[in-house]
Design a protein around this ligand. Structure first.
Ligand code: ADP
Ligand code: MG
Length: 521
């Protein structure tokens, strides 16, 4: 065998990347690791490590056909894929092996002879069942395993099935009516889908259909302010309530949870507090980063979380940053936050911003000219709350001045919100800023050096020259030591590829962009 698992996997990733969105690629494929390539008489098997059982289920549910085609293309018809699932320690039962891994062959690629070695009696592995599956996203996968018990089943997902009686639920206690605290305006219908939120939204819909029954439990949405986290997590609650999926739903901000908890201590009513939360079927907690450094509250929440999770109740959380960056939260709680699915929401792209503005205008019963919508969408880019703010400001001013909202009017009213986007920088200035960042002399990017660091600085400087100046590829090439335009194109492509593959590079690029924007004013 002459290829390494890494080479094989890289080839697979190259194919996969071309077939799915960048967000999906980053979320589902970047975290996978090739481990081994095994040749036997019947098959050539690539083993990849997946971070959790949930990944495995999602991959099988959504990318089965793509994976099958890819593996066949790269490894030939003998190609097989096997998942090596890393199991969280907390989820392991007594019976689990010590390695914390569980191997499952990918369904469509596994040979029937592998059945006996399977840890699960998986009905899909019936040899007659080799035809490609219908790929409609039914979200049935997660429970399949729970329904197929065998001697070695590791109860990874105890949710839902024969839950142990919670010690806190007093038999016969009557459920009190819970006011959900949901804002009825936050619905799925009013939530515009874009690349920026697609994953979070599709998982949100699945949860709303079957709260507590998917393996997206907990579901944690994170992202910057004004990107729709609160809207989305409440939409799940509103849908579940309207469609009577469950009885008690509660939306609470982490601040309110904290305040109520502190009050319950003061009034000696902690056990009531505790009991109240344990009877919720769908608990939505907003802005969990505020639990940081509140140890007692965290401890209480930790126990409530466990009680709910163990009895198959759905938990939905959101935070303004990725869980690993939330400070002052105990490790055991942080680790639970990521047990299910963690999905981010990103700033919306231009098309999504336009769609949101059109929709908001429609909701207000207004017709706003397309050039005005585009003007706002082009100039207000950071978040959706600001987009809404701009629209409301236009409405208010036009009502007050009894003027129509046209482009000139909008430019005048929004002038302080709209940043000058053309930066008036020269290519040399961009080179200087980039080289300063990499701590190298500027003339190196114009020279011939192929040292890796210089090559990267050169490509980054070309990339920003294209973005921030009006020069043609040819002129940009000339400013980089007389290179031709195809070198510049190659640089732009390389940067796009790094951006997709390497999260740290995204940060680097954002930091440089920030410096360029600062120096241009
Ligand atoms: P966050 O909780 O992330 O700070 P919010 O959920 O409060 O953001 O969203 C800010 C505003 O933007 C809300 O009025 C919300 O309705 C609106 N909004 C956010 N995302 C979308 C979207 N995808 N479609 C429509 N409106 C959105
Ligand atoms: Mg919010």
């Amino acid at each position: 065998m002459d290829r390494t698992p890494e080479q094989v996997w890289k080839e697979c990733l190259d194919i996969i990347r071309d077939n799915i969105s960048r967000q999906s690629f980053k979320t589902w494929f970047a975290p996978l690791k090739p481990i081994k390539l095994e040749q036997d008489q019947q098959s050539l098997k690539l083993i990849i490590e997946v971070p959790s059982r949930f990944y495995y289920e999602w991959l099988e549910e959504h990318y089965f056909s793509l994976l099958r085609k890819t593996i066949t293309k790269v490894l030939g018809s003998q190609g097989r894929l096997q998942y090596d699932i890393v199991i969280e320690k907390d989820h392991l039962s007594q019976k689990a092996n010590d390695t914390g891994h569980l191997q499952i062959p990918a369904h469509p690629l596994s040979s029937p002879s592998q059945q006996t070695s399977l840890p699960f009696a998986d009905p899909r592995l019936n040899p007659s069942n080799q035809a490609p599956r219908n790929e409609s996203p039914s979200y049935q996968t997660p429970m399949r395993y729970a329904q197929a018990p065998s001697a070695n089943v590791i109860p990874l997902h105890p949710a839902g099935k024969a839950p142990p009686a919670s010690p806190f639920v007093i038999p016969g206690i009557k459920k009190v009516e819970v006011d959900s605290q949901l804002n009825p305006a936050y619905t799925f219908e009013r939530f515009i889908e874009g690349d920026c939120n697609r994953l979070a939204l599709s998982a949100g819909r699945a949860i709303a259909e079957r709260p507590g029954e998917t393996s997206f439990n907990p579901f944690l949405v994170y992202g910057g302010v004004g990107l729709g986290k609160t809207h989305l997590i409440q939409a799940i609650g509103n849908y579940a309530r309207q469609n009577r999926k469950i009885d008690s739903i509660l939306y609470v901000s982490s601040e309110r949870f904290t305040t109520e908890f502190v009050q319950s201590i003061q009034h000696n009513r902690v056990s009531e507090f505790s009991l109240f939360y344990r009877q919720i079927d769908l608990l939505i907690v907003d802005d969990v980063q505020f639990f940081g450094r509140k140890e007692k509250t965290q401890e209480e929440f930790f126990h409530i979380f466990n009680a709910l999770h163990q009895t198959g109740k759905q938990i939905i959380l959101c935070a303004d940053r990725p869980p690993k960056d939330i400070e002052g939260i105990e490790e055991r709680l942080l680790s639970r936050f990521t047990w299910g699915l963690t999905a981010d929401v990103q700033p919306p792209d231009l098309e999504t911003r336009i769609a949101i503005l059109q929709r908001k205008a429609e909701d207000e019963g207004l017709h706003i000219a397309p050039d005005v919508i585009e003007f706002i969408a082009h100039n207000i880019t950071s978040n959706i709350r600001e987009l809404e703010g701009a629209l409301i400001r236009l409405l208010a001013h036009s009502a007050y001045r009894k003027e129509e909202i046209d482009l000139a009017f909008s430019k005048e009213i929004l002038k302080d919100l709209v940043k000058e986007t053309k930066l008036n920088l020269s290519i040399e200035e961009i080179q200087r800023i980039v080289c300063q960042y990499y701590s190298i002399p500027d003339d190196l990017v114009r020279g011939k050096t192929r040292k890796q660091e210089v090559v990267q600085a050169r490509q980054v400087a070309m990339y920003f020259s294209k973005q921030y100046t009006k020069h043609s590829l040819k002129t940009i090439g000339l400013h980089f030591g007389g290179r031709d335009h195809s070198t510049v194109i190659h640089a732009l492509q390389s940067i796009e590829t790094y951006l997709e593959m390497d999260m740290r590079f995204q940060d680097t690029l954002a930091a440089i962009r920030h410096k360029i924007e600062l120096q241009s004013h």
